[in-house]
Design a binder for this molecule. Sequence first.
Ligand code: GDP
Length: 215
Amino acid sequence: MEITSAKYLVSNTDVKVCPPGDKPEYAFIGRSNVGKSSLINMLTGNSKLAKTSGTPGKTQLINHFIVNNNFYIVDLPGYGYAKISQTQREKWEKMIAAYLKERVNLVTVFVLIDSRLEPQKIDLAFLRKLGDWGVPFNVVFTKADKSTQREAHKNAKSFIEAMKQEWEFIPRSFMTSAVKYLGKKEILGYINELNGEWVKEAPAMLEKTEEKENK
Ligand code: GDP
C-alpha cells in the first residue's frame, strides 16, 4: 500500500470525543521510548508526524492521525515510565482501558516490543490485559538495527515463547527498524488486508454496536 497522505487530526483524553468511528483504526502502544513515534513516522513516510521526543512519558493523550483519507492511526501514550505519579498512572490506565474497550472501529493494537531486550514482565502483563478485554493485537519488535540480526531474532523468539505459556493463538508479529525501513512493507500490507476485511464487516458490526447502545 502506498501512503499518499498522513495528517494529524486531534488529541483527546476521552474516547467519547474521538473522531467518528467510520474508518478502520490501528493503535500503537508500548513502553515509553520503545520507538513508537519513529515507527509511526516510518510507516507514514512523514518524519515529523508523531513527535520523537527525548522526554518519555510526556504525551498522555490519545492522538489521532488520518492516513490516505481511509484509515486512522492512533498514537497512545506509552506505559512503564517510572517517573510519573501513582495518580497519573491510574489516570493513564483508565483512559487507555476505556479507549481500547470502547472504540468500535479499532481493528488491532500494535504492541511495540524492544528487540534488544529479553521478554519483559511489563509487556507480557499488558498483553494479558488486552486478552482480558478481548482486544485484538499484533506484536511489533522495534530497533532491529541496534543489535545483530541474530540477537534481535533470539529476543523475538523468546518473547513469543513466553507468550505461548499463556496464549493458545499467537498473532502475527513483525520485526522492524525505523532507521532501515525494515518491516514497513509488511505492516502496511497487513493494514491494507485488514482494511479490506473491515469494509466487508463494518456495516454489520456498527449495526450491532448501535443495537447495544440503544438497549
Ligand atoms: P517513543 O517514546 O516510543 O515514541 O520512542 P521514539 O520514537 O521517540 O524513540 C526513542 C529513541 O529511540 C529515539 O532516540 C529514536 O531515535 C530511537 N529509535 C527509535 N526507533 C529506532 C530504530 O528503529 N533504530 C534506531 N537505531 N533507533 C531508534
